[in-house]
Structures are given as structure tokens and as C-alpha cells.
Design a protein around this ligand. Structure first.
Ligand SMILES: [Ca+2]
Ligand SMILES: [Ca+2]
Ligand SMILES: [Ca+2]
Length: 463
């Protein structure tokens, strides 16, 4: 939020940071391998705010021009769109999921599945039929496209309604603790036309949007070098890259963003959100998502979003800072960190990355960051499958999500719904859902003593 410009510093942290920041600036190449900056999750672009605005700060170190652009993007991220004709922000729909970016990415954080009979407010359903499109992506559903829009402008039929029901199973851990895990099931009703019987769908909650410019700045070769597709080193982990269609470059490119790494850049991710989630046509996606459907308004109008606003919004998410860790020196948290490594979590949630050197965008250049992700796809087992392939990702494969800031989810978003569809209601539930390549890791957690599990969760809470 643009109004929350002040950052809550405590004087000790401030002093420490001044010392560290100047150290980083001088000799980044000479860091001692044992030297730890574990609290500076976002490198120089770390902020010290553990409150409700923790995910909403711009990079603390960027030029005045960059700050201005970030501020413009911030305002646009919060704009509510309305149906045309209208003096401000027209172009919503004809079909859409929501009216603004921030209504799904609440507080620049994550969405959640609806409770009770609520409609889907901060999540969406991607759909496809078997086969692929011209670029190897999912084949769209005739009459419905690649995403199901449950809302439409006045006088127009939404594509369908979605309702969610849960089945609960109970697991008993080695120390006798019982945990309820809930599995979602989706029902589609009131479809404006028959939905094909072979339709596949994937329900996804909005992920947090901070720190993404740093993830975008990790060198492509660094990400590729982490992949071990045929598990040559025999550790049971075989992460691989998604290779997706880059609309701007008109080529296949490394996928980085979204739960299955289906988007190559923040610009394209943002443009796709405008187009599909809100029905706003733009530079990268100039046709309405409903083109060819009866909902299409038939107006052969100009694109509804200016290029500069699209760029400003992409720049806004590119320059959202990462909150610092808390209490990193507490013994229980240090113990939890050791257990995190021992349980194999760090094979996928790779603690440390370095961004590439980029003279054109110094703010994200050559940073030592702690995102806890390899940005690769992993087979997470049948429990988490959506049964819907996308480019190289099959149903069971998901991109390792970054864990930085995850301990602040409750504070910022008021819930702890994790995983791609928000089914987990706590960090522990999220871990217990890990199967496939991560089965050994979740089994290690099942086997932990109460004290060890508490330490592991305390460590995650400090991220
Ligand atoms: Ca529109
Ligand atoms: Ca659609
Ligand atoms: Ca391996």
C-alpha cells in the first residue's frame, strides 16, 4: 500500500543492516562461505516489517524514478474495473473472475478457497481438454476458453458456477497427534452451454506477489543447472523446468511464475491476469478471452489497457520487497533449520539463490537471497494432482513455491491456507500433503518427535 511508506525498524536491526548493506556493496564476491545473512531474505531489498503491511513495501533501494513507477503500479494494482462505457477503468469482462488485482492478491499476499457457500473470491479455475495448442500449452475448451469465469457484466451469462465441497480424512503421526486433512471436490453448475465430459480443471489460489522481481532476476542457467530430470544423483529428487510460450518473444522460454511455472515473465503473468481474470485486453493479449463465445460483446475496440499501465503494474510486482526473518538466533529455530535440511526439504526449497548481474536494473542485480525454492517442477504424488497437464508439467507436477515470508501469512492474510488450491489449513497440513518426490520428506516429519516437529514449524514460522 502506497500510504504505508514507513518501515518499522528497530535500532539494532537498523545498525546491523547499515553495517551489512555497506559490506555487501563493497565486496559481494568476498563473502565468507560460512557467513550467514539468514534474516535478509531479499538481500538488499529486504524490509523490516512483520505486520499486516509486510508484503506491500517497495524495494528499499531503488532510484527515485523507479519508486515513482512502483507507486503508479501500486495504484493500478488496486484499481477496480467496471464495464464499458465508463469514464475510469472501463473494459471489465464481458466475463471475468474479479474486478481488481488486489481483490485476489489481498495485501499482496495469498488468496484462499471459499468457506461455506461463498463464491470463489480469490481463486480461479483453469480448464482445458486433452491435447495441446499450437505452442504445446493446454488445449482450450470450445466455448469456454482456458479459464472458467464465474462472473459476467450485466446482461451477460457467466460461464458456469463452481461449488466446493470437502472430504476429511484423519492421519495419526508417530507421536500420536491426529491431523485432519481436507480434500476439495468441485462441482460445476449453471453452465451457459454443456461442458465437455473430458474437461480437465485446475483450481488455484492467488499466490503472494512480493519478491518476484528477485526470482525473475535469477539467471536462467542457474535454474536449469538445478534440474536433475532423470535423477542422475539418485537422491529421489528429479526437478525439471517448465518450457512455456513467451508471447512477447514469440518463442519457447523457461517458465517461472504460477503454481506450475506456466508464465515466463512478470509482464506476461500480469497481462494474462488482466485478460483472463478481469477481461481487460492489453498489449500481449489484445483479444477478449470470450472472443468467439456468445458473451463476446462484438465490439472490435482498441485494447482496454494502456501499455504504460501494464508495464507499471508488472514493475510494481517486480519491485515488491521481501520481509526479513524474525528471531533467527533462537535455539528452537536453529534446530528447526537443521531438521529442515535433514528432512530433505532443502532439496526443493533451496534456501539460497543469487540473482544475476544486471546493470540495467541494479536494484535486483547480484543479490544473495533466501527464497527457499529451486523454481523447478516436482512430482508431488497423486494426492496433489490436478490431472491437467500444462506445457511440460503433468498433473502431479508443481513448481516449488518460495517459502520466504510464509510465517507472516496469518498476520497479513488472516488465514493459513497453503498449497495450490489452499486445501492445507496449516504449515503442518501442507507438509503432510507432500507425496511423490517429497514422500520421504513428509514421512520424516511424520516420524518426528513432538519437540522436533515444533522446532521445524518454528523455523518455517521465522521465514
Ligand atoms: Ca473487456
Ligand atoms: Ca473462459
Ligand atoms: Ca536428483
Amino acid at each position: 500500500m502506497i500510504t504505508r511508506r514507513h518501515i518499522m525498524w528497530n535500532s539494532g536491526q537498523l545498525l546491523l543492516c547499515v553495517v551489512l548493506f555497506s559490506a555487501c556493496r563493497k565486496e559481494p564476491a568476498e563473502w565468507d562461505a560460512n557467513e550467514r545473512h539468514p534474516w535478509l531474505s531479499g538481500g538488499r531489498q529486504t524490509v523490516f516489517d512483520a505486520g499486516t503491511g509486510a508484503f506491500s513495501h517497495g524495494f528499499p533501494e531503488m532510484s527515485a524514478t523507479a519508486q515513482t513507477l512502483h507507486g503508479i503500479g501500486d495504484i493500478q494494482f488496486e484499481q477496480t474495473f467496471v464495464s464499458a462505457p465508463a469514464p475510469i477503468n472501463p473494459g471489465l469482462g464481458p466475463v471475468f473472475n474479479s474486478v481488481s488485482c488486489t481483490s485476489c492478491h489481498i495485501g499482496d499476499g495469498r488468496g484462499k478457497p471459499p468457506s461455506g457457500s461463498e463464491p470463489l473470491l480469490s481463486m480461479l479455475i483453469r480448464i482445458s481438454v486433452p491435447g495441446t495448442d499450437a505452442h504445446g500449452g493446454p488445449a482450450v475448451v470450445p466455448g469456454f476458453g482456458g479459464q472458467l469465469q464465474q462472473r459476467a457484466v450485466f446482461g451477460t451469462a457467466p460461464e458456469a458456477n463452481v461449488t466446493l465441497t470437502w472430504t476429511t480424512t484423519t492421519e495419526t503421526l508417530n507421536d500420536g497427534t491426529t491431523i485432519d486433512l481436507r480434500t476439495p471436490s468441485y462441482t460445476f453448475s449453471n453452465a451457459y452451454a454443456p461442458l465437455p465430459g473430458d474437461m480437465m480443471w485446475s483450481a488455484r489460489v492467488a499466490p503472494p506477489v512480493f519478491g518476484l522481481g528477485l526470482l525473475e532476476a535469477i539467471d536462467e542457467n542457474t535454474i536449469r543447472s538445478g534440474s536433475d530430470e532423470n535423477d542422475a544423483n539418485g537422491d529421489g529428487i528429479s526437478g525439471r523446468t517448465n518450457e512455456v510460450w513467451d508471447v512477447e518473444g514469440q518463442r519457447i522460454a523457461l517458465g517461472r511464475f504460477g503454481w506450475k511455472a506456466e508464465q515466463p515473465t512478470l509482464l506476461q503473468q500480469s497481462a494474462a491476469a488482466y485478460n483472463e481474470d478481469m477481461g481487460i485486453t492489453n498489449l500481449l493479449f489484445p483479444s477478449e478471452s470470450s472472443l468467439g463465445q456468445p458473451q463476446y460483446d462484438g465490439r472490435n475496440d482498441d485494447i482496454e489497457l494502456t501499455d504504460s499501465i501494464l508495464h507499471a503494474v508488472a514493475f510494481y510486482v517486480r519491485t515488491l520487497a521481501v520481509p526479513a526473518r524474525r528471531n533467527t538466533d533462537a535455539p528452537v529455530i536453529r534446530q528447526g533449520e537443521i531438521l529442515f535440511n535433514e528432512a530433505g526439504c532443502s532439496s526443493c526449497h533451496v534456501p539460497e539463490q543469487r540473482t544475476h548481474v544486471d546493470v540495467a536494473f541494479a536494484a535486483a542485480s547480484n543479490q544473495r537471497i533466501f527464497p527457499y525454492t529451486d523454481l523447478l517442477l516436482h512430482d508431488m504424488g497423486p494426492g496433489l494432482t490436478d490431472g491437467r497437464p500444462s506445457f511440460r508439467a503433468d498433473g502431479t507436477e508443481w513448481r516449488t513455491p518460495p517459502l520466504w515470508g510464509i510465517g507472516l501469512t496469518q498476520v497479513v492474510n488472516g488465514h493459513q491456507n497453503f498449497l495450490h488450491d489452499g486445501r492445507a489449513r496449516s504449515l503442518l497440513e501442507a507438509i503432510l500433503w507432500h507425496g511423490g518426490e517429497a514422500q520421504n520428506s513428509s514421512d520424516a516429519v511424520r516420524a518426528m518427535s513432538t519437540e522436533e516437529r515444533t522446532a521445524l514449524l518454528a523455523f518455517l514460522g521465522s521465514l
